[in-house]
Design a binder for this molecule. Structure first.
Ligand code: SF4
Length: 260
């Protein structure tokens, strides 16, 4: 079974296709996965591997480790573009997420005031006012919407909570009043004999309608880059992603960043 990628709370810096030189913050366990989705393409593997044994890192431990890393990077002149919350699961599931964001903003201001703070989230916790307010305090809240079809989300992203609906999430993304970046993974394949494909014209048309409703400041589309737990998933070519991006921009007027 494919297992988690990150074995530390603070990792990197790594070069990110989307974000540049990125210092990662993993608010999930170091030896397991905690997520409210169970995506077929998750580089951290399936939720079935379990949450591991280390538990979620304490707020104070995150701050201590982050400060030590930022101080060392500043001392040796290591360049940094962004501090990114991602890792082995959904960062907003940490019970102290908002307070950890505040600590991170203070440390960023102290050591690298020009650096951005990004959170990659799957948009499942936007019913919580604390999470929404914390996301509004950072530079790049990058929130996932892989499809405007409930059926496709159920097949590809596999929400743990069966009450998830695309319509609710679109309304919650809309409530950011444009202060949001929407991120969409484009792929196709099959799982347990059932085809899944969010790259069809019908899927892209439905996403365009969703983006029109949300009016994000930017859209990011990307595709499979590393090994995924469901091996049949397709890496979509750069040309195809560029064509999809152009279609979205032509229809919505919103800029689309392509990676992959
Ligand atoms: S939302 Fe992210 S961490 Fe969660 S299963 Fe999907 S890809 Fe993995």
């Amino acid at each position: 079974m494919q297992r988690v990628l990150f074995h530390e709370t603070i990792f990197g810096p790594i070069h990110s296709r989307r974000l540049g030189s990125s210092l990662g913050v993993n608010l999930s366990p170091n030896d397991g996965k905690v997520c409210s989705f169970d995506c077929l393409y998750c580089e951290a593997g399936y939720n079935a591997q379990g949450p591991g044994t280390t538990g979620l890192p304490d707020r104070s431990e995150v701050a201590r480790l982050l400060e030590a890393k930022l101080a060392a990077m500043k001392a040796d002149g290591t360049p940094l573009d962004v501090i990114t919350f991602s890792g082995n699961g959904e960062p907003t599931m940490h019970p102290d997420f908002g307070a950890i964001i505040d600590d991170t903003i203070s440390l960023r201001d102290k050591y690298f005031p020009e650096v951005k703070i990004s959170v990659l989230s799957n948009s499942t916790r936007l019913h919580l006012p604390d999470v929404v307010e914390a996301l509004k305090r950072i530079d790049n809240n990058i929130l996932k919407l892989d499809s405007a079809s409930d059926r496709t989300v159920a097949l590809l992203d596999r929400p743990v909570d069966s009450r998830y609906t695309v319509d609710d999430v679109i309304e919650r993304l809309k409530a950011f009043d444009g202060n949001v970046i929407v991120q969409t993974m484009i792929t196709s394949g099959e799982h347990d004999g059932v085809a899944v494909d969010n790259s069809t014209n019908e899927e892209i048309d439905a996403l365009i309608e969703a983006y029109r409703r949300i009016r994000p400041k930017e859209i990011m589309i990307y595709t499979i880059d590393r090994r995924t737990p469901e091996r049949s998933l397709r890496h979509v070519s750069r040309e195809e992603l560029e064509r999809i991006a152009q279609r979205i921009t032509d229809a919505t007027g919103i800029g689309v960043q392509v990676s992959g």
